[in-house]
Design a protein around this ligand. Structure first.
Ligand SMILES: NC(=O)c1ccc[n+]([C@@H]2O[C@H](COP(=O)([O-])OP(=O)(O)OC[C@H]3O[C@@H](n4cnc5c(N)ncnc54)[C@H](OP(=O)(O)O)[C@@H]3O)[C@@H](O)[C@H]2O)c1
Length: 257
């Protein structure tokens, strides 16, 4: 398939389009980076295309709004940037045959627990793959904040280009997502199948902290999430991602409030 950018240099080629379901912090942030990198985006949320007018206008002529069903029909690679708690509302039928990028993190609350995750039997992305049984799920974009995506992208080969971890059970889908990351300005480090994606989940050294550094004060989880939104990005090399992933020891799953 491959990704083709909207550049004057490459007018002989057609444009590739990234589908996005969920246009909050992550969906809108990746959409902005994708449009700036020369891709088209089709955006959707739970409330309908008419609620996305402002975002589409701010992104310009290479963005349009749709329903999740229309996104699934119109695109082959779809970022599902919704809360993990609602992943079972993603349509298995509509997304069958598609590459679904999973940036979702298990947020542990008293009201919502998954015993398979609490017992470290499965990863959250394995649950997403079980639900989207006809799709090819690739975990990506889950370990970095949107502000850092906007700050840390670099041209291929730049000395301070950052790498992001990806995981998935389908090699072709992972290559497609790695190629997308490359277009967006990042290297990809393949951590293996979805069963190994715990190596980059919340609570591991690879999750978020390398891309922002540590805050100078003790913060509650809510304060930390807010702090990440304003923290300057720190480049993280592919070698560092590989080192952190290899050294990680599996602990309790999820982001704890
Ligand atoms: N925030 C971060 O920095 C960050 C970083 C890495 C990964 N993540 C993960 O990325 C995911 C998205 O996080 P976020 O911070 O972007 O969340 P968010 O700002 O709360 O946005 C969630 C989006 O999902 C949409 N949505 C909810 N239920 C939906 C459904 N059933 N169908 C279609 N769209 C639906 C919402 O649309 P409506 O408003 O219309 O309901 C909204 O656009 C989460 O799983 C999170 O754990 C977040």
């Amino acid at each position: 398939m491959g990704w083709r950018q909207n550049t004057e240099r490459r007018t002989d080629m057609t444009t590739s389009t990234l589908g996005i379901i969920g246009t909050g912090t992550v969906g809108a942030g990746v959409a902005r980076r994708a449009v700036d990198a020369g891709l088209d985006v089709v955006l959707s949320n739970s409330r309908g295309p008419e609620t996305l007018t402002g975002l589409v206008e701010s992104l310009g002529s290479h963005a349009r709004a749709a329903t999740p069903a229309e996104v699934a029909r119109a695109t082959e690679v779809i970022l599902a940037a919704v809360p993990f708690g609602v992943h079972e509302s993603l349509s298995r039928e509509e997304l069958a045959g598609k590459i679904v990028i999973d940036p979702m993190n298990y947020v542990v609350t008293d009201a919502w627990r998954r015993p398979e995750l609490d017992g470290d039997e499965l990863t959250s992305s394995e649950l997403v793959q079980r639900h989207l049984s006809g799709s090819k799920v690739v975990k990506a974009f889950h370990s970095i904040g949107s502000p850092q995506i906007a700050q840390l992208f670099r041209d291929k080969g730049a000395a301070d280009r950052s790498a992001l971890p990806i995981s998935g059970d389908d090699a072709v889908a992972k290559k497609e997502v790695a190629d997308l990351l490359d277009v967006l300005g990042f290297d990809a480090v393949d951590l293996g199948p979805l069963a190994e994606s715990w190596r980059s989940e919340p609570g591991t050294p690879l999750y978020a902290t390398p891309y922002v550094g540590a805050p100078t004060a003790d913060l509650t989880p809510a304060e930390w999430v807010a702090w990440v939104q304003s923290a300057p990005g720190v480049p993280v090399s592919a070698a560092e991602v590989e080192r952190l992933a290899a050294e990680t020891v599996r602990g309790p799953a999820g982001f704890r409030w």
